[in-house]
Design a protein around this ligand. Structure first.
Ligand SMILES: [Zn+2]
Length: 93
């Protein structure tokens, strides 16, 4: 659970993403996330990388110093380093 906090993302949203991509039914239990079913650790790491790339790293300047915002049901990632605003899938914003 330290991971989403470090990224300043809602753990629930990261879980939503991982569940969909892994076709799993993980849930949060205290400070841990429990995933049902057997998944190779490698696919897990790859997904985290993809999540970070798609939802955390600014596509303009490459800074991870971003936050997400919802505007009229659309998700945006706002970069605090360069001020760029990029649209993202709102489900995970
Ligand atoms: Zn930026």
């Amino acid at each position: 659970m330290d991971f989403p906090k470090a990224l300043r993302r809602d753990p629930e949203k990261l879980l939503l993403y991982l569940n969909k991509e892994l076709a799993s039914a993980g849930y949060i239990s205290g400070e841990r996330v429990i995933f049902l079913g057997r998944k190779p650790v490698s696919s897990f790491g790859g997904l985290i990388d993809r999540y970070v790339k798609d939802y955390v790293i600014c596509p303009v300047c490459g800074s991870p110093d971003t936050r997400t915002e919802k505007i009229k049901k659309l998700g945006f990632m706002i970069c605090e380093a360069c001020g760029a605003r990029s649209s993202i899938k709102s489900n995970y914003a």
